[in-house]
Design a protein around this ligand. Sequence first.
Ligand code: DAH
Length: 383
Amino acid sequence: MTTPLPPLPPMEETLRRVKEARSLTALEALRVSLLGRKSAMAAHLRLIGRLPPKDRAARGTSLNESRQTLTEALETRKSVLTKEAREKTLVQNAADITLPVAQPPFAFGRLHPIAQAWDEMVEIFATLGFSLEEGPEIETEEHNFTALNTPEEHPARDPSDTFYFPSRKDGKGGSAPPHLLRCHTSPVQIRAMRAGAPPFRFIAPGRVYRRDSDQTHTPMFHQIEGLVIDRDCHLGHLKWVLTHFLRAFFENDAVEIRFRPHHFPFTEPSLEADMSYRREGGRIIAGGGGGGGGGGGEWMEILGCGMVHPHVLEASGLDAREWQGFAFGTGIDRLAMLKYGIPDLRQCFDANLDWLDFYGVSPLFAPSLSGGLSPKTPKGERG
Ligand code: DAH
């Protein structure tokens, strides 16, 4: 005995229901009830096989036609509803791209204070027309020392100060001088001068490596190098550029700079520059009258500089009778610590998210001399 089949719903009415379906969900429910495994249509199709052979073809064709009509109607309605839904979301989610950027959820993550200081320095020198150069962290002795006029017996060449790689084969059965991790950014001077043509005016920020570790030293740290080469470039230019740089970086025109004679192999004369600062409740504030000025200030050594040594110019392929200029190098990390009040350099490389949350800066903050170099307000307000 077979259970009687449910009748197929009248086609005209069914098509009307499809056309009137209000949502994609309602339409899908309708599709399941009309064509799904438990639908009357499915039951009728399953029964074709049991019909007497002479009736099968006609019944099969008619059922398949109905199924085809329904499927097409459902598809048509579906594409109409899909389009309507998409248009609705577009209207609902419309964004006015001329509005300022919303804080959450974009304000996730902080920029490391060293990255921030780096960007600030690049910005300051960019406004003075300095371009950006870079060089490899794995260097040759030639670039890192020899071309920079560093004598063979100079202590910086000692493996107790500088990291050397194992010695290399020179391909001719002998051994070539080993590579090293650059201990300063000065070799970029050599590379850039050899690759280009004077005049030069660039900075080269980057990572450097030394065998050193305590509260203010880490085996890896960051330096920024500067080089200006022209026909009549002199110490007065050097002094102005560095004074401008420090005042702009610390956002304080009271910063004074003092030069002392020093020695570097790659400059002649060589100078060390001190910056004026004062202490305020345990914090070090850049600026104020320097030591001995009666302003209660002190001096702190901040960078090395000088007029580029003729040997360095010649080693880079320049005629030292025609070209001259100045160079300087300073620590990005140390200046960042001073500006952002970071007590221990080692914390900078601990990858501690709480620390980064406190000392870091919004990734949306873009330093500019006109719009503000740094977010100076305390955390929470500082963007
Ligand atoms: N390279 C020096 C250092 O590592 C810094 C320095 C001093 C760079 C004088 C210079 C310079 O370009 O002229 O400490």
